[in-house]
Design a protein around this ligand. Structure first.
Ligand code: XMP
Length: 310
């Protein structure tokens, strides 16, 4: 495919579709939503409002980092502080599917839904790619109807249009478009990060304290394993605890799991054979996090495991 021609074609399609209307999109910093943001801004300039929703579930420094990358491209990104909404919705929940629904509903129905209404936008940009559509049709993913997720009844609130400029591309194509658009490698080559973010990496209740633990471990794992160029690598906080010794005293501490996998398309995965030295260094750094006294490496392939823990 000629990706330069693709970019020009999409920009002109967007201009034609939106006319002199107003559009909005939510940017996560992942490659799909980043590419949509740049395409939309090239087409519409400041008639596209881009928001980054700070859900409290992002990695260390992520909201500011994403905003800076886009500021360098002269694209303003508004950070919306919705931490209390997400933490409130997740309080007391331990069931994985209930946690996932709480995140999805808070995002679409409450936070983004309100932003869309307040902005007066009649066009929403969404980074849906071909694989998302195929998996929705095959029943692998949950229904991906954004209007329904936003709590908007198209019959009642007639006039909303969803634009999905990447719907004919797969991930590799999106990465090529990212390069054509001049997105920096840290965005174009970003490892996959799930929509429900760190909520998928905290087994049991998601609280601020428990997010801080997994966030600190994530920084270490990402630093140490970036050179592996593996498909995905991350840290998980378990619900169990284990006995240990710190400063000569017994401690009942947290357990962090490190996962690092090879995969082509996330449908199957195998654990990467990391050198002992790397594993030791990661372990040493992770058990230096206050309250954590065990670090485990997960060898399980997918299937039977999934990649994430919830
Ligand atoms: P699993 O855990 O199902 O993950 O083996 C497969 C791939 O999908 C990512 N993942 C998600 N991505 N929303 C996303 O956008 C989600 O809810 C979600 N859950 C898992 C996961 O990181 C892996 O790359």
């Amino acid at each position: 495919m000629d990706y330069r021609a693709f970019v020009e074609e999409k920009i002109s399609e967007i201009r034609k579709a939106v006319g002199d209307g107003i559009a909005i999109n939510a940017l996560s910093g992942g490659v799909d939503s980043s590419v949509v943001t740049v395409l939309g801004h090239r087409a519409l300039g400041d008639r596209l409002k881009t928001v980054f929703i700070d859900s409290a579930l992002m990695r260390q420094g992520e909201p500011e980092e994403v905003r800076e990358v886009f500021a360098d491209m002269c694209i303003p990104v508004e950070i919306v502080d919705a931490r209390a909404d997400f933490l409130g919705a997740l309080a007391g929940l331990t069931d994985p599917e209930e946690k996932r629904s709480a995140v999805t509903n808070t995002f679409y129905r409450k936070v983004f839904g309100n932003l869309v209404r307040e902005s007066g936008a009649t066009f929403l940009f969404h980074g849906t790619i071909l694989t998302d559509i195929e998996e929705t049709v095959a029943g692998i993913k949950r229904q991906h109807n954004i209007l329904t997720q936003l709590g908007i009844d198209p019959k009642q609130e007639y006039g909303y249009h969803v634009l999905e400029p990447l719907a004919e591309l797969r991930k590799d194509g999106v990465r090529e478009v990212a390069k054509v658009l001049g997105l920096p490698p840290k965005i174009a080559e970003r490892i996959p990060f799930p929509g429900p973010a760190l909520a998928t990496r905290v087994v049991g209740e998601v609280t601020e304290e428990r997010l801080d633990l997994v966030r600190a471990a994530t920084v270490i794992v990402e630093e140490e394993l970036a050179p592996t160029k593996a498909f995905q690598y991350f840290a998980v906080l378990l619900e169990d605890k284990a006995t240990g010794i710190r400063d000569g005293k017994r401690e009942f501490g947290h357990i962090i799991v490190v996962r690092c996998i090879h995969s082509v398309d996330a449908r199957e995965a195998t654990a990467v054979e990391l050198p002992w030295e790397t594993l030791h260094r990661i372990c040493e750094r992770i058990v230096a996090i206050k309250g954590v006294n065990r670090c485990l490496y997960d060898l399980t392939p997918k299937p039977p495991a999934t990649i994430e823990y919830i």
